[in-house]
Write a protein that binds this ligand. Structure first.
Ligand SMILES: Nc1ncnc2c1ncn2[C@@H]1O[C@H](COP(=O)(O)OP(=O)(O)OP(=O)(O)O)[C@@H](O)[C@H]1O
Ligand SMILES: [Mg+2]
Length: 400
């Protein structure tokens, strides 16, 4: 096996498409960032690729940038799939252990996982991931590593993550059209969890909330397992829109006001601020009012989080609290507001394990994708790019 590998993570976001190239050395746990860049998105609505050609063009611009500015040629990427169509379902499977000595074999594990996949999906839905929560042998549960154990009846409890297949196809096609192979496709929320959470937090009970531009994504872990996920169709772009409407100004100006003067909790002296517009006019606004707009939207997102946590009996009950990522988590005082609204310990993600990384919060998803690549490299897992190449050919048969 090679001593090092350069892995590319491509984050298809509503406001920006980001690329992160990092080098994984076999004998070093840290990833060295070789190159990172982002381009404004177009053709993506709330995390979903709605215009394949536009998205493909932006990916090509990024790949060219990588080649010119870092000298690296990329032919395959780890890519995320986001949007409100991503769903999760609990399921179970059961099989009889097949070997005469009653030892559970790898084939038994594969069969029981296959059995757990038989959930009712509508014709346009597709399974993305199947995550085992626990194995049960002859009624004894809580088992994580079941291979080699003895018994007659093997059961598994899993969490299935699925998506709306046509949206997945759009995303795959956009990447293929940019002449790239897909090494693997990960639900955004899983990518973010890879980057932002460690095993100890996952054992204790923790959540991650990635606040993007068009969506906010939540994942909850307990006893080391993903137990729930949800994607809300509200993000930081909603805040910009609210500011634009209330201050009767352009989106660009509203975005500038949010980034320069925004806060989730107002702590200033009540003085008005001014900003010079392109046409020379001066816009006077109240930072207190802006903070009020931001607080209302961010509280709405936290309200959605609380609803989901309540559904699974975890509201205010996650010992390792909640970690915030995504560009939307850059807002000052967001941690204070989260603690108040969610009644959980909270912090924003501080990237670790990546040397030379800039703009961590915005690159959290890309970091998680690269980490998936590094896991695959470490475990000697074959690149799925080749398999995807075959799928591409099948696609081309149907595409005029
Ligand atoms: N310093 C900052 N202060 C406040 N908001 C910020 C800051 N930097 C970025 N943002 C906001 O973060 C959002 C972009 O974040 P991110 O790149 O994580 O989203 P995305 O991946 O494009 O969207 P999604 O995940 O919803 O598809 C934008 O709405 C932007 O206004
Ligand atoms: Mg995102």
């Amino acid at each position: 096996m090679a001593k090092s590998k350069i892995i590319a993570g491509l984050d298809i976001g509503t406001s920006n498409i980001k690329i992160l190239l990092a080098e994984k050395k076999k004998d070093n746990s840290e990833m060295k960032v070789i190159y990172q860049a982002q381009e404004l998105s177009s053709g993506i609505r709330r995390g979903v690729v709605v215009d394949v050609e536009k998205v493909s063009q932006i990916i090509q611009i990024l790949i060219n940038k990588v080649r010119i500015e870092s000298g690296q040629r990329i032919d395959s990427v780890y890519v995320n799939i986001g949007g409100g169509h991503i769903f999760c379902n609990n399921s179970e499977g059961v099989v009889a252990v097949s070997r005469a000595d009653r030892k559970v074999s790898k084939e038994d594990v594969d069969r029981v996982l296959e059995a757990a996949k038989t959930i009712s999906l509508s014709s346009n839905e597709e399974i993305l991931e199947i995550i085992p929560k626990e194995f049960i042998i002859d009624g004894k549960g809580g088992i994580k590593e079941v291979e080699g154990m003895q018994g007659g009846r093997l059961e598994v409890k899993v969490l299935i993550i699925g998506c709306f297949a046509p949206y997945k196809n759009n995303l795959t096609q956009a990447v293929f059209n940019a002449d790239l192979k897909v090494s693997d496709m990960l639900p955004s929320v899983l990518a973010v969890s890879n980057a932002a959470l460690n095993q100890k937090q996952k054992e204790l009970g923790v959540a991650v909330l990635n606040i993007g531009a068009g969506t906010s994504e939540l994942a909850v872990f307990e006893e080391g397992n993903l137990i729930h996920l949800a994607v809300f169709p509200i993000g930081s772009a909603n805040i910009t829109n609210d500011i634009a409407i209330i201050l009767k100004t352009d989106i660009d100006v509203a975005e500038l006001i949010k980034i320069r003067s925004g806060s989730c909790i107002f702590k200033g002296n009540g003085k008005k601020e001014k900003i010079e517009l392109e046409d020379g006019e001066i816009l006077i606004f109240s930072p207190k009012m802006v903070a009020g707009i931001i607080e209302a939207r961010v509280s709405e997102i936290f309200g959605e989080v609380n609803k989901e946590l309540k559904k699974i009996g975890k509201q205010g009950k996650l010992p390792a609290g909640i970690v915030l990522t995504g560009g939307g988590a850059s807002l000052p005082k967001i941690v204070d507001l989260a603690k108040k609204e969610l009644k959980l310990s909270c912090r924003t993600w501080k990237p670790s394990g990546f040397s030379g990384l800039e703009d961590g919060l915005i690159f959290a998803t890309a970091c998680g994708l690269v980490l998936k690549g590094s896991e695959d490299f470490g475990s000697g897992k074959k690149d799925q790019g080749k398999m995807m190449e075959r799928i591409k050919k099948v696609f081309q048969i149907f595409i005029p």
